[in-house]
Design a protein around this ligand. Structure first.
Ligand code: AMP
Length: 189
């Protein structure tokens, strides 16, 4: 790897996050309450500010009918790519703190929420811990995860799973619709 590539990723605190000692992580974002596009934008700013972490890419945004309890508003979903030195459980803690800071309440399972952040993939790790499973156990069944993941990392091979195009070919359509709105990863307003 060239030195310029290593130096290319800088976390918000200005420190370089070298690829050699950091994990490539994909985080799923979802919101269906309180201006979902704003929630996702705000969450990406928070991801970019995590210590020892660089926000590398954010997918397009998708509108997606809610699964779970009926009568919920549609979700907006996206996937963010990070380069991080945070260990998996520290990253999970940090994501849950971001959810809470954006008004997330853990009430109804699969119910409406201001913000949901899931660790989809943590490098090539396969973890089954009480608080954390990666790859995320439901990702292969969720087009609102697979499609934005494929948009930003088409050649990705998730550990223990088929290549993304194969997973997508077997995943139901479920009314996913790309919307005409983008998140600028350099927007730090
Ligand atoms: P949810 O209601 O979808 O936000 O689920 C949150 C719960 O799932 C938390 O208690 C986490 O500890 C647990 N969990 C297990 N695996 C993951 C993962 N890959 N990403 C996020 N949360 C996870």
């Amino acid at each position: 790897m060239s030195a310029s590539r290593v130096a290319a990723l800088a976390s918000a605190d200005g420190r370089a996050v070298a690829e050699a000692d950091a994990a490539r992580v994909f985080v799923g974002l979802g919101s269906n309450l309180d201006d979902p596009a704003r929630q996702l934008r705000c969450a990406c700013r928070a991801l970019a500010r995590l210590p020892d972490t660089a926000l590398v890419a954010v997918s397009p945004l998708y509108r997606n009918p809610a699964i779970g309890p009926a009568g919920q508003p549609d979700f907006l979903n996206a996937v963010a790519q990070l380069q991080t030195r945070l260990p998996p459980l520290s990253l999970l803690d940090a994501l849950q703190a971001i959810e809470l800071s954006q008004g997330r309440r853990r009430e109804q399972h699969w119910g409406a929420r201001t913000l949901d952040l899931d660790i989809l993939l943590y490098g090539q790790e396969a973890l089954t811990l009480p608080r954390l499973c990666v790859p995320h156990p439901h990702m292969a069944q969720r087009r609102f995860v697979l499609q934005p993941l494929h948009d930003i990392a088409p050649a990705l091979q998730p550990p223990g799973l088929a290549p993304l195009p194969v997973l997508l070919a077997h995943c139901p359509e479920h009314g996913l619709e790309r919307i005409d709105e983008e998140i600028d990863i350099h927007d730090d307003a």
